[in-house]
Write a protein of this length. Structure first.
Length: 163
């Protein structure tokens, strides 16, 4: 009997394309002839290099509700899910710190708010907010409304430099 997978192939394909873009942007070849789209834009504008991080955050935003719903439907307790969220977030942040410090681990030059650290913090916040809103609102339409409201609130707070 074949076990069916609940993975969405489109997400896996998008993730793979994003990783390929990240590799191309990070290693563009001859530095004297790098196309402008493979360089980060100056203060104004956007290039393909500027889209890698938002693509990863978008993928995470799509996958978190699917993953958490599957775990809840499989009977995994909220406490175990929350413990897993904290463990995974901590590992992502720690991996980012290790990669930023390698090979010298000089604490005076290590980049604390690196890319992986930010992904870990965003995962922690988004997963916990999703679980909280899912437990407060039982109807899916209210959950979606609360998620939209929370997103708008966080964007406003971020634009005001409060978050």
């Amino acid at each position: 009997m074949k076990q069916t997978s609940l993975r969405f192939e489109c997400i896996d394909i998008f993730r793979g394309l994003t990783i390929a873009l990240m590799l191309i942007v990070n290693n563009p070849g001859n530095l004297a002839t790098v196309p402008p789209q493979l360089k980060h834009a100056s203060w104004n504008g956007v290039s393909m290099a500027d889209l890698v991080f938002p693509f990863f955050i978008f993928i995470m935003g799509v996958v978190v509700p699917i993953s958490l719903n599957n775990r809840l439907e499989n009977g995994i307790s909220r406490a175990n899910i929350i413990a897993n969220i904290f463990r995974r977030s901590s590992l992502i942040v720690l991996l980012g710190l290790v990669l930023n410090g390698f090979p010298f681990f000089d604490l005076t030059i290590i980049r604390i708010p690196g890319v992986l650290q930010r992904i870990g913090v965003v995962y922690l916040g988004s997963a916990l907010i999703y679980l909280l809103l899912r437990s407060i609102f039982k109807k899916e339409v209210y959950q979606i409304g609360a998620q939209i409201l929370m997103s708008v609130l966080l964007l406003i707070l971020f634009s005001m430099r409060l978050v």
